[in-house]
Design a protein around this ligand. Structure first.
Ligand SMILES: N[C@@H](CCC(=O)N[C@@H](CS)C(=O)NCC(=O)O)C(=O)O
Length: 219
């Protein structure tokens, strides 16, 4: 049985994508806390030793080091068969959603949340307004898609769902969205994801001190 060690911190939804997958796939893993807020990922020594891209998550599988949540999820699905897309058509669909997530969904939502909650200085309202407009567009696409299907690729959850799920289980006070009222299909899907054995809240799954949101009144 390989040893899985995930470099992560609690506020990282990108790390949560992989942590949640591992938990739901029933794979034993251990977290390696990265002190992102103290600048760990910008430290040249950390980059040389862990990830030259300067990002979390990093998954160590024995001697192998994997980075980029979408690539890690794809690798894990290929190796374990758990939550794997079935056949060429679904593999293509999973890739499409993972790319959409990385470009249009997680990128804006994570940045918006970071600016509202964790920046040392107050955010620029124009920047928040721009990010919110982009997030609204991406949320509509996902909400509309989930009106037709229980999970992104059909009847069963796959790595595409774990990718899109990365930031959606953080509290609405951090996200600035309450999906139960704003995006009902996304909300219903989060309830289905929560029912998968092994599901855990990000703050229960990944180590790191919880930080009270700092600038939520700005947006
Ligand atoms: N596309 C990457 C994004 C990873 C990412 O942005 N990670 C954040 C934490 S959530 C990070 O480590 N950022 C470091 C930085 O930008 O300096 C993935 O999906 O793994």
């Amino acid at each position: 049985m390989p040893t899985y060690r995930l470099h992560c911190f609690a506020q990282s939804g990108n790390a949560y994508k992989v942590a949640l997958y591992l938990n739901c796939a029933g794979i034993e893993w251990e977290p390696v806390f990265v002190d992102y807020m103290a600048g760990a990922t910008r430290d040249p020594e950390w980059r040389a030793r862990v990830n030259p891209m300067g990002e979390v998550p990093v998954l160590e599988v024995d001697d192998k080091r994997l980075t980029q949540s979408g690539a890690i999820l794809t690798w894990l699905a290929d190796k374990t068969g758990k939550f794997a897309p079935k056949g060429d058509e679904q593999r293509y669909e999973a890739l499409r959603w993972i790319l959409f997530d990385n470009h249009k969904f997680t990128s804006y939502l994570a940045t918006y949340r970071f600016q509202r909650c964790f920046m040392p200085q107050p955010p620029d309202p124009a920047v928040l307004a721009f990010l919110r407009m982009r997030i609204d567009g991406a949320l509509s696409v996902v909400n509309e898609h989930l009106s037709k299907t229980p999970y992104l690729l059909g009847e069963e959850p796959t790595i595409a769902d774990f990718s899109i799920a990365g930031y959606l289980f953080y509290p609405s006070t951090e996200l600035g969205y309450d999906f139960e009222t704003s995006h009902k299909n996304i909300y219903a899907w989060t309830q289905r994801m929560k029912a998968i054995p092994g599901w855990k809240d990000p703050y229960d799954l990944i180590p790191g001190e919880r930080i009270a949101p700092r600038w939520t009144s700005q947006s």
